[in-house]
Design a protein around this ligand. Structure first.
Ligand code: E4P
Length: 218
């Protein structure tokens, strides 16, 4: 399963990429607004691409198909790692189809149902991003949607990758893996929570204490 970091914060991306923990990055307009500062957003996307060796999702902000396609082409021209992120609207699906026909990689976002995911795949999306946490927020089972999309894609041989998004805690990540998501995107806090286990800390402390008794160096 591919792990993407869900942030536009360059220091977080650098840390995770240096540690070899991530396969790519996803951003959205809210994350960019938080981290891009005064920089031209295109320069910020480029810097992310130069920091991580993998797909970098950059979202269009136009709402109309032709404008989405123009923005998407400008984003895709920045770097070969750019994946153009498009909202799951009729215009977004039309733009996805047009950009796919030109060889641009796409990520159809704000997906909340298997029926929406079917349409994203039929539009040629490289990735579809079902938002697990935001479904949980409104008392729906976000994880069930991941399983349904997996089954639909497998039933019909659809190759769009399922990118579990809006992941809020490690259990979301584990369940996404079990439901067969191809990728998960998670905020930095959750990425480092994946490493943590109290028994690892306890075991390491005991090993260190025992080694100290030996009084030797390696
Ligand atoms: C990623 O593509 C999404 O934009 C992101 O995961 C949304 O997460 P949130 O629901 O925690 O904002």
């Amino acid at each position: 399963m591919k792990i993407f970091l869900d942030t536009a914060d360059l220091s977080e991306i650098r840390r995770a990429a240096d540690a070899g923990l991530i396969d790519g990055v996803t951003t959205n307009p809210s994350l960019m607004a938080k981290s891009a500062g005064d920089a031209d957003p295109k320069d910020h996307f480029l810097e992310i691409c130069n920091t991580v060796d993998g797909p970098v999702s950059a979202e269009v902000v136009a709402l109309e198909k032709d404008q989405m396609v123009s923005e998407g082409k400008r984003l895709a021209a920045l770097h070969s790692n750019i994946v153009v992120k498009l909202p799951l609207t009729e215009d977004g699906l039309r733009a996805c189809r047009a950009l796919t026909a030109e060889g641009v990689k796409t990520n159809v976002t704000l997906c909340f149902s298997a029926s929406q995911a079917l349409l994203a795949a039929k539009a040629g999306a490289t990735y579809v991003s079902p938002f697990v946490g935001r479904l949980d927020d409104i008392s729906h089972h976000g994880m069930e949607v991941i399983g349904q999309i997996r089954q639909v894609y497998d039933n019909y041989g659809l190759e769009t990758e399922i990118l579990a998004a809006s992941i809020r805690h490690p259990i979301h990540m584990v369940e996404s893996m079990l439901q067969g998501a191809d990728c998960g995107t998670l905020p930095p806090k959750v990425l480092y929570q994946l490493i943590q286990h109290p028994l690892t800390d306890k075991g390491l402390a005991a090993f260190m204490a025992d080694w100290k008794k030996l009084g030797k160096e390696l």
